[in-house]
Write a protein that binds this ligand. Structure first.
Ligand code: SAM
Ligand code: SF4
Length: 350
């Protein structure tokens, strides 16, 4: 594939350049682009209003990334679906479909693995393999939409990987996903979650997009954050929170703080008080996530009473708080676990 052009990652300007380079008229570019992104064609043969000759030229010089559905787990409780997709190079990634009253939301992976090393996260246990191309991020959404035969209305970049560690591809993905000639998902319906890569957060803020930024905070002081997230070595907690303030100033979009509650680690009254001081005066939303234990680590969930008390304290201080509803509890492994168990079982078969 490497000597051929990755057509699904191209924007319309690049597609036009490509079409001209293979000796075709520029107006064909929009047709091809719409086949790929609006009608989500998986093959050139589906592009029926395009001549056979052009379809052959497209196949000679380019390719369409199409993810292969390897496994799907469906929750009997709420219809949540966990997908395992195989990429063209044999790597596997996972994506999740969550069904809400307000629409279908897909959580996508941005990398194969992750190199950030957060202590509670299964996605990072085997390190980073590579970043996903824009087409590989998009096709998770396209394939899931086709699988259920319904429109996807919301997208969260919260699966395996650190999106800010794959920044250029993330930006192109956002451009294509929200483009009016494609799936045309509203920027407001897209959330990007980061562990806090400060320069990239500021760069994203400067783009003044209307997407929601979510920061994985997980602690209310530098010392505790460092014990959970090695990225804090590079960017101090105050620097990261300042970058969130900057994001709000530039975009007017309320930032979400994700805070995974880990029993006995970051869930005390004092932690809650410190958190209130840390985000004081900010227009933000706090999403409390009961940590999902992984077998490789001995972290446990905070109990229900502790979670309620933590939430209560924040609310009394005027903060907007939600506790993440556990979707697909019956199929739910922690994020990255489905992929990890697949990879491990295939390793042991070798
Ligand atoms: C998998 S990360 C991907 C996006 C980005 N890398 C980040 O850290 O925000 C998405 C969210 O899942 C959280 N997470 C990871 N492992 C978890 C676990 N075992 N239990 C609960 N939340 C977890 C992360 O902290 C983060 O807030
Ligand atoms: S929480 Fe996010 S940044 Fe941290 S290891 Fe997992 S995927 Fe990577």
């Amino acid at each position: 594939m490497s000597d051929k052009a990755d057509l699904k990652s191209m924007n319309l300007a690049e597609m036009t350049e490509f079409i001209v380079s293979i000796g075709e008229k520029p107006f064909r570019a929009k047709q091809v682009y719409q086949w790929i992104h609006e009608k989500q064609a998986d093959s050139f043969d589906e592009m029926t209003n395009i001549s056979k000759k052009l379809r052959e030229s497209l196949a000679d010089a380019g390719y369409l990334t199409t993810l292969k559905k390897e496994e799907v787990q469906i929750s009997k409780l709420d219809g949540t679906r966990k997908y395992l997709f195989q990429l063209e190079d044999g790597n596997v990634i996972e994506s999740v479909l969550m069904r809400y009253k307000h629409g279908n939301s897909v959580c996508i992976s941005s990398q194969v693995g992750c190199r950030m090393g957060c202590r509670f996260c299964a996605s990072t246990l085997d390190g980073l393999v590579r970043g996903l191309r824009p087409a590989e991020m998009l096709d998770q959404i396209y394939q899931i939409g086709k699988d259920i035969g319904e429109r996807i209305s919301n997208v969260v970049v919260m699966g395996t990987g650190e999106p800010m560690d794959n920044f250029d591809n993330l930006l192109r993905f956002i451009e294509l996903l929200t483009d009016e000639n494609g799936l045309h998902i509203s920027q407001r319906n897209l959330t990007v979650s980061t562990c806090g890569i400060v320069p990239r957060m500021r760069e994203l803020a400067d783009k003044k997009l209307q997407i929601t930024l979510a920061l994985s905070l997980h602690a209310s002081n530098q010392e505790k954050r460092l014990s959970l997230m090695p990225v804090a070595n590079k960017y101090d907690i105050h620097e990261v929170v300042d970058a969130c303030r900057y994001y709000f100033d530039q975009t007017g979009r309320r930032v979400t703080f994700e805070y995974s509650l880990v029993g006995g680690v970051n869930d005390t009254d004092q932690d809650a008080e410190e958190l209130c001081r840390l985000v004081k005066g900010m227009n933000c939303h706090i999403n409390l996530i009961p940590v999902n234990p992984i077998k490789e680590r001995d972290y446990v969930q905070s109990n229900a009473k502790v979670i309620a008390a933590f939430k209560n304290k924040l609310e009394k201080n005027g903060l907007a708080v939600t506790v993440r509803r556990e979707m697909g509890r019956d199929i739910d492994g922690a994020c990255g676990q489905l992929r990890k168990s697949y990879v491990d079982s295939h390793k042991s078969e070798e």
